[in-house]
Design a protein around this ligand. Structure first.
Ligand code: NAD
Ligand code: SER
Length: 334
């Protein structure tokens, strides 16, 4: 068996920063390569500047580093995607198709690619939306995710490529900022609360959406990738759920710990996106096939976010690259 060599593409993003650190702790720093479109800021042998749309560069890196597993995280999220449909489609589909194709060519053993609750549209049930409920997305992001799910299944069926995927809900994290999604408010709100400001939310107070804390999201990806292949019945993408709440529920949970925290609501174009998504999903198949179980709910997530953000108040989190010792080096985006 080849030694495990993992490539994380999109490693400087919201999921990538925490997933790369977790993988390095689990498999050893030398076994995990981080790649993103940003230039490296230090002499870090395990970080590469990579454009996932450049298939030759991708092929060369995977071959030279003898990569056995890929986590593909590079994407344009829902809110930004609606502003630049062409860029979102090109990156979300082009990046995935490059990775799937090169993975087959180079004999990569496993690929992880995240899908999203955005595959569902207004025709799906609002509550406990199930794995095989109607997927008629109304955003270019959701369309790219649903098409991507089918391509993952296609590569599994046609080429035997072991691709695994999760439909993530909105993700909440403290160590990097979110990347232009509809659920970003659930991170922004903490930074405002911790700096003593009130928060103006771009969704209405009662817009309930499925959410998950990043430690659960990272654990889900690694657990799914380590699950025995013969237990996996879904080769498009698994529903997974942890909690569901509306902005008013989150504000109230924060206010219980930050007295006087104020919030107002001025819905913008992201409201129309949120309105097409389910409020909660049913993840029975993930629970039975690979023993998925979330650890964080609303109260425990808020408690942990406030604890972790407290030392960062003077300097709110930005995007980071990781060095070999799991140290974050901040990337100053132009
Ligand atoms: P993000 O925007 O924070 O990070 C994406 C990373 O990809 C960034 O660091 C960016 O620099 C990099 N990237 C962009 N273009 C690239 C290119 N051409 N080549 C290489 N790298 C490039 O996104 P995220 O929130 O970490 O999401 C990661 C994945 O998870 C995406 O597929 C997203 O759709 C999915 N997802 C995220 C959420 C969420 O709430 N964050 C929810 C559901 C699904
Ligand atoms: N959090 C993501 C978004 O809002 C869902 O995929 O785009």
């Amino acid at each position: 068996m080849k030694p495990v060599k993992i490539l994380v593409i999109g490693a400087c993003g919201q999921i990538g920063t925490e997933l790369t650190a977790a993988l390095r702790i689990r498999y050893g720093a030398a076994s995990v390569i981080a790649a993103d479109r940003f230039p490296a800021l230090r002499d870090d042998a395990s970080y590469y500047q990579l454009n996932v749309l450049d298939r030759d560069m991708l092929n060369h890196l995977i071959c030279a580093e003898k990569v056995t597993q890929i986590y593909l995280l590079a994407a344009i999220l829902s809110a930004v995607g609606e502003q630049d449909m062409k860029a979102a489609w090109e990156l979300n589909m082009g990046g995935l198709l490059n990775v799937l194709r090169v993975a087959v060519l180079q004999g990569v053993e496993k690929v992880f690619w995240p899908s999203s609750i955005a595959v569902f549209g207004p025709g799906a049930p609002k509550h406990r939306c199930a794995q095989h409920d109607l997927t008629e997305p109304q955003t270019v992001y959701g369309i790219s995710k649903r098409a991507g799910e089918h391509f993952c299944n296609y590569y599994f069926e046609q080429y035997g490529l072991d691709v695994r995927s999760i439909r993530y809900p909105g993700l909440i994290s403290h160590s990097s900022k979110p990347g232009g999604g509809t659920t970003d408010y659930a991170v922004e709100i903490f930074h405002q609360a911790m700096t003593g400001n009130s928060y103006t939310c771009y969704l209405t107070e009662d817009t309930c959406l499925p959410m998950m804390y990043m430690p659960d999201a990272v654990r889900a990806a690694i657990t799914l990738m380590e699950a025995p292949a013969n237990r996996l019945r879904v080769r498009t993408a698994y529903n997974i759920s942890a909690m569901s709440f509306a902005p008013c529920d989150l504000a109230e949970a924060i206010r219980r710990r930050v007295p006087g925290f104020g919030i107002s609501y001025v819905p913008d174009r992201r409201q129309a996106i949120a309105d097409t998504w389910p409020a909660s999903t049913c993840d029975d198949l993930a629970r039975s096939d690979w023993d998925w179980q979330p650890e964080f709910g609303l109260e425990t997530m808020v408690e942990d976010m406030l604890d972790k953000l407290f030392p960062q108040v003077a300097e709110p989190a930005k995007s980071y690259v990781l060095d070999d010792n799991y140290f974050f080096t901040r990337v100053d985006e132009a």
